[in-house]
Design a protein around this ligand. Structure first.
Ligand code: BG6
Length: 493
């Protein structure tokens, strides 16, 4: 075995989100969330898979229809993998791999069923007490996302979600409640999952129903909602630090990574501009102020974003402690993309890179892109980084003897972990930890499919909710266990 290993105390683990795996959508006093009305459309072609907007957009009529039924087949996030009833078994399985940290989210609608109540739902609070106690029993520390695509549906319907300024007060109340309640149990927090994603799927992230707004106004609506999230996120940092002095609070961004398709200066400029459109969110949350180029974009596009002096002071006073991000793939950009192949990359599409392979879902696989991302982010911010999502969505086959030989997943993760190591040891990046998405199979965010599996643990449920929900270990389970036990040494050369 190699002498090489990750730094002492490196936080190995896995990541999930309530909206995609918890189930129990109407139990324990939980309110309906935006994810509970997400319709499964059974995408058959790559074209349908790539239609993220079509797959995630929703109208009032579609919501009414969803609310009129208790169906869970076409609304699969309602059942997820039923963690709500399996949490003890699931946490034991995760702990069995030696996880140091487990990233999960609290469903806001389990604590405040509508989002606007004064008093929280005690049964919901108790549920997470039980979950955290179970994690801590195994020495596995929780890393909790406050909001991961699960705003309460009433908050979306009655207030237009994050577009309404009152959203800040509702969220602040929620944060105050959970950080007081779990002060002794949770020290690591993230505010909004992929805060930038409101631009790609405004309903899931921001509770915005696009058809309610004039088409030409909608961009302004999204950036206004984003502004409210930035203020709320800064206040969440403040409150969490007050309620839990030894806590750390991070932002979370979708680390989309783009290369220039050629070395033509026009393509390089295109790439630089695209990357700025990715970094503008973390630039704001880390430096505590809007970057000039974002304000310039508002001006050039005629977007009139309402922000008070006090908002800007709050943002400046409470920046995040660390930067977390998801990384799955990379792709290319060019000034003129006519005739070039297109590839998917986590809820966006872009030009296909001819030098790297793609997953079954068309996401291009690029471990070196992770190293490039780590270096870019660290040089830009000089604050600790945390990779909170990375993994391969693939179709798994259960062999007649029950085994699942997911060597493709092992290959993907091994290569990414090696590049992480290079970024730390060769490039001097400060990386706190790594949580794979997702250690246990769950419902896909973008396609609502169960067949797009990421886990070390297989869950026997298909796209239509058929199955026993029985959990079993894949080949990758013992592999990752060994990686953690040897602090990476088992796979470093
Ligand atoms: C991330 C999200 O962007 O990607 C997760 O934070 C999501 O919620 C993950 O599940 C993988 O995407 P998908 O669409 O394959 O589930």
């Amino acid at each position: 075995m190699s002498e090489k290993r990750f730094p002492e105390g490196f936080l190995w683990g896995g990541a999930t989100a309530a909206n995609q795996f918890e189930g129990g959508w109407k139990e324990g006093g939980k309110g309906v969330s935006v994810s509970d009305v997400a319709l499964f459309k059974d995408p058959k072609s790559m074209e349908q898979l790539l239609d993220v907007h079509g797959n995630t957009d929703i109208t009032d009529e579609m919501i009414e229809k969803a609310l009129a039924t208790d169906d869970e087949v076409y609304y699969p996030k309602r059942h997820g993998i039923d963690f709500y009833h399996h949490y003890k078994e699931d946490i034991a399985l995760l702990a069995g791999m030696g996880f140091k940290v487990y990233r999960m989210s609290i469903a806001w609608s389990r604590i405040f069923p509508r989002g606007d109540e004064e008093v929280p739902n005690e049964e919901g609070l108790q549920f997470y007490d039980n979950v955290f106690d179970e994690c801590l029993k195994y020495g596995m520390q929780p890393l909790v996302t406050m909001s991961h695509y699960e705003p309460p549906l009433a908050f979306a319907m009655d207030y237009n979600g994050w577009y309404d300024r009152r959203s800040i007060d509702f969220f602040v109340r929620y944060v105050d409640v959970i950080t007081k309640r779990y002060a002794e149990k949770v020290k690591l927090w993230l505010t909004f999952n992929e805060v930038d994603s409101i631009i790609r799927h405004p309903f899931m992230t921001g509770g915005l129903i696009e058809s309610r707004f004039p088409k030409e106004k909608f961009m302004e609506v999204m950036y206004q909602a984003m502004h409210h999230q930035f203020v709320a996120s800064a206040l969440a940092v403040k409150i969490t630090h007050e309620n839990i002095p030894d806590s750390k609070v991070g932002c979370m961004l979708t680390k989309l990574t783009y290369y220039a398709y050629t070395c033509k200066p026009e393509d390089v400029l295109e790439q630089q501009q695209r990357m700025r459109s990715i970094y503008c969110y973390s630039d704001t949350q880390v430096h505590g102020e809007y970057p000039r180029y974002l304000l310039q974009m508002y001006k050039n596009k005629g977007l009139n974003i309402q922000m008070t002096e006090e908002d800007l002071e709050i943002m400046k006073a409470y920046p995040v402690d660390f930067i977390s991000f998801s990384y799955y793939s990379s792709s290319c950009v060019a000034k003129n993309d006519e005739g070039l192949d297109v590839a998917a990359a986590n809820t966006v599409t872009a030009i296909k890179n001819p030098y790297i392979p793609s997953s079954d879902w068309g996401w291009q696989i690029d471990p070196i892109g992770l190293r490039i991302s780590l270096v870019d982010l660290y040089d830009r911010y000089r604050k600790p980084l945390f990779i909170v999502e990375n993994g391969l969505g693939a179709r798994d086959t259960v062999e007649p003897d029950g085994s699942i030989n997911d060597d493709y997943r092992i290959d993907y993760l091994r290569e990414h972990i090696r590049e992480m190591y290079n970024a730390i040891e060769e490039d001097g990046v400060d990386l706190m930890g790594y949580t794979t998405w997702a250690p246990i199979d769950l419902i896909s965010n973008s396609t609502n499919q169960m067949s797009k599996r990421y886990g070390f643990i297989y869950v026997d449920v298909d796209d239509y909710g058929n199955g026993t929900y029985k959990r079993s270990k894949k080949k990758s389970y013992d592999w990752y266990k060994e990686v953690i036990a040897t602090n990476g040494s088992s796979i470093l050369e």
